[in-house]
Design a protein around this ligand. Structure first.
Ligand SMILES: Cc1cc2nc3c(=O)[nH]c(=O)nc-3n(C[C@H](O)[C@H](O)[C@H](O)COP(=O)(O)OP(=O)(O)OC[C@H]3O[C@@H](n4cnc5c(N)ncnc54)[C@H](O)[C@@H]3O)c2cc1C
Length: 404
């Protein structure tokens, strides 16, 4: 369950045995989870951000004949006797993955933004899908332009939901995390165009290679990164460190500095978490390029000239300081997935005080044998950690199935 990097890694590891059939049930339209949205942050050399690992595993999974993928699927019912019997409902993508060549005519000719959605990776199959909530065909049938113009005839807007029943011996819950929504923080997210999250900046860098102010598309003169938005926060009872945000933000800052050298970058932080292979060396190296201030700004106001004013307390000078920036990036934390309570109820899993799921040892979760948890469904992890964890969990599953 879950087609993020944890689910993909588990599926690939299990399929390597050559005699295990794997099904990936993914609730969204595209595989890859959050990490497929990230930009490669290599400058003149690789900085080990992990983004390429996700691309690689996604490609391997979609090409693997022993891995069957059900995107846009939701579980309707699960029963267990000797095996699990899982009834799933699959929403149509409206675009046939075997016929679609990824030409993009559907997206280019669609008159209503948000109706045709493109996957983040060229390895997503199909590369496009139709969003029923925005598409005019699903409102009043007034437009079927994409269906008429698709050169391959790959689009059928009248496709129906289908059902599928899986009979499986074991289930790996790899349903991931959700990013913290910072609307309730005093940073004007959702109010001011030029306050964005680190996830939004990742997507922009992936698509356009450079950073821009959403308000006018211009290159920002200066950017402030604010760390720990939604993590290490007593008020929210989110006491955990999200572990990946410092490295992710500093790698993005470094990339922007290389591609847009005139942009000044300031990094506001509580503590810099230097987890991960080679990160300390990278951190030492970027000191000269990125200004770092150990303080978290209080709130943000727009100025008359379209900039954003931040106020923070300068501990060294014992005074509060006002500074203005063109773009503010909020490094939002990793919080428990929204389906965790349902999963816990369904499989009798333990929910930790944080809201993440407790690891399931040896496939036994009280009443249900054959359940495992993998990746960030258990708490914040980086991409390499998630891959290592999911691989290890797959071996536990293989052992449980008496195949190891
Ligand atoms: C802004 C940001 C930047 C980051 N940058 C980096 C970085 O540079 N380097 C790094 O190593 N790590 C980074 N990370 C961490 C990285 O995102 C995670 O390590 C990785 O995404 C974890 O993968 P996962 O499969 O556990 O979870 P997810 O990526 O959340 O994937 C879970 C999948 O399960 C699906 N799902 C959820 N519920 C269900 C359900 N009920 N049924 C079926 N499917 C379901 C979801 O749709 C999703 O596809 C970053 C995180 C954030 C938020």
């Amino acid at each position: 369950m879950g087609g993020g990097i944890a689910g993909l890694s588990s599926a690939l590891e299990l399929s390597k045995t050559g005699y295990i059939d794997v099904e990936i049930l993914e609730k969204s339209s595209f595989l890859g989870g959050h990490a497929i949205q990230f930009a490669c942050k290599a400058t003149d050399r690789c900085v080990s951000c992990g983004a390429c690992m996700v691309e690689e595993k996604l490609k391997q999974a979609v090409e693997n004949p022993n891995i069957h993928i059900y995107s846009r699927s939701r579980i309707q019912k699960i029963t267990k006797s000797e095996k699990f019997s899982i009834d799933i409902i699959i929403k149509p993508a409206y675009i046939d993955s075997k016929m679609c060549t990824g030409c993009g005519v559907c997206l280019d000719t669609c008159p209503f933004e948000g109706s045709v959605i493109r996957g983040f990776s060229k390895n997503n199959m199909p590369l496009y899908t139709i969003c029923e909530d925005s598409c005019l065909y699903f409102k009043d049938k007034s437009c079927a332009k994409c269906q008429k113009l698709c050169p391959e005839g790959a689009i059928n807007l009248d496709s129906l939901e289908s059902c599928h029943t899986s009979e499986v011996d074991a289930i790996i819950a790899a349903t991931g995390f959700q990013p913290y929504n910072p609307v309730s923080k005093p940073y004007g997210y959702g109010l001011f165009d030029n306050v964005v999250t680190n996830l939004e900046l990742e997507r922009t860098l992936r698509k356009n290679s450079t950073a821009a102010r959403p308000s006018d598309g211009k290159a920002p003169r200066d950017i402030a990164f604010i760390q720990c938005v939604g993590s290490r926060d007593v008020g929210l009872n989110h006491l955990w460190c999200s572990k990946v945000c410092c490295a992710s933000a500093l790698r993005m800052a470094n990339l922007i500095k290389m591609r847009q050298p005139d942009t000044e970058i300031t990094f506001f932080y509580i503590d810099v978490q230097t987890f991960g292979k080679n990160f300390q060396a990278f951190y030492d190296e970027i000191q000269k390029n990125i200004r770092q201030i150990r303080a978290i700004p209080g709130d943000i106001y727009p100025t008359r000239d379209g900039r954003l004013q931040l106020t923070y307390f300068d501990g060294a000078k014992s005074q509060s300081v006002d500074e203005t920036f063109d773009l503010v990036v909020l490094s939002i934390g990793l919080i428990p997935g929204q389906d965790n309570p349902d999963l816990a109820g369904l499989f009798n899993l333990e929910i930790l005080e944080t809201g993440f799921l407790a690891p399931v040892e040896n496939g036994t979760s009280g009443i249900c044998d054959g359940i495992f948890t993998a990746g960030t469904v258990e708490g914040p992890m980086s991409i390499p950690e998630t891959i290592a964890h999911a691989t290890d969990v797959s071996w536990k599953a293989i052992k449980y199935l008496n195949l190891g």
